[in-house]
Design a binder for this molecule. Structure first.
Ligand SMILES: C[S@@+](CC[C@H](N)C(=O)[O-])C[C@H]1O[C@@H](n2cnc3c(N)ncnc32)[C@H](O)[C@@H]1O
Length: 281
């Protein structure tokens, strides 16, 4: 029996991944890697969300994150936005599969503002990590009550090659997270952003379900669209993309002025004072 056939959602996800093969080919090509004939099986072997977990990355996001890990071979990944822990687990498993995590140290450092899952306050944030196989959960370090500012400070100068931002999607939350992470990032590193197409996803959900949603947030979309340096978005599943930290110059808040200051991109939240200070420089 193949890995895909053993997966509880194989009947739905394996054909869907196969239909998105172009994304797999595209992301790997950016890093000089050939496509894999069994990529769908490999993704399903890594992406096994807890049945109770909602609001996590989907299977196409998992494919892109795995291909980014294959391409970048990071020894550590910083994640902002843990929730149940689904994406932290995917990243840790993908790093294990790629053999790129360094020694006995945690491979994934995941940071969340809240101590509980945002969709169920009776569950501690990252609860799915506690249910995972021991050799994977031991490779994930969790911090709660913290933000990208703490991650950027803790890992400043650590030359991080890959980060994943999936926290507050209200504009300018993702821009703040990216600016805060920059001290930790290596020149040429990549920051993957989730939900860069969230408003369209919300519109689609409203049409299909006939209900109004409160998550039509533009933070990741506007940041991604206005990022003035290299970026990568798969051709089919356009809700996850990656920003490249330039090799030859420092990024400042001035580089993000198009999304921070343009009145056609109104702020959807008021950042805390320490975040506002980031925007001033
Ligand atoms: C969409 S969920 C993350 C989902 C997770 N990445 C996954 O795919 O399994 C967003 C999370 O970000 C957290 N969050 C919200 N604002 C934050 C901030 N400013 N800094 C860090 N975490 C934040 C929320 O508590 C929530 O757990």
């Amino acid at each position: 029996m193949t890995l895909a056939a053993e997966h509880p959602r194989a009947a739905e996800w394996a054909p869907s991944l196969a239909a998105h093969r172009a994304d797999h080919v595209f992301v790997r090509a950016r890093f000089g890697l050939d496509p894999e004939p069994d990529f769908a099986d490999r993704v399903l072997a890594l992406h096994r969300p807890a049945t109770w977990a909602i609001g996590s990355i989907g299977v196409h996001d998992a494919m892109v994150l795995r291909d980014m890990v294959c391409g970048l071979r990071p020894s550590r990944v910083l994640e902002i936005g843990t929730a149940a822990g689904t994406s932290a687990l995917l990243l840790a498993r993908a790093m294990g599969e790629a053999g790129c995590a360094a020694g006995e140290h945690p491979a994934v450092h995941t940071f969340d503002l809240h101590p509980w899952c945002y969709f169920d306050r009776s569950r501690a944030v990252g609860s799915a990590i506690d249910e995972a196989e021991p050799n994977v959960r031991s490779r994930i370090a969790r911090r709660v009550g913290v933000t990208a500012l703490d991650a950027g400070r803790e890992f400043a100068g650590a030359d991080i090659r890959m980060a994943f931002v999936d926290a507050d999607h209200r504009h300018p939350g993702p821009a703040a997270d990216v600016l805060a992470l920059l001290p930790a990032m290596t020149p040429g590193g990549w920051i993957v952003l989730h939900d860069i197409n969230l408003p369209a996803e919300a519109d689609h959900y409203e049409r299909v379900k006939g209900v109004r949603v409160d998550w039509k947030q533009h933070g990741a979309k506007w940041l991604f669209e206005t990022w003035p340096f290299e970026k990568l978005v798969p051709p089919m599943h356009k809700n996850i993309g990656a920003l490249r930290v330039p090799v030859d110059c420092a990024v400042t808040a001035a580089d993000l002025a198009p999304c921070l200051r343009d009145p056609s991109m109104p702020w959807e939240m008021t950042p805390a004072p320490d975040i506002l200070r980031l925007f001033d420089h």
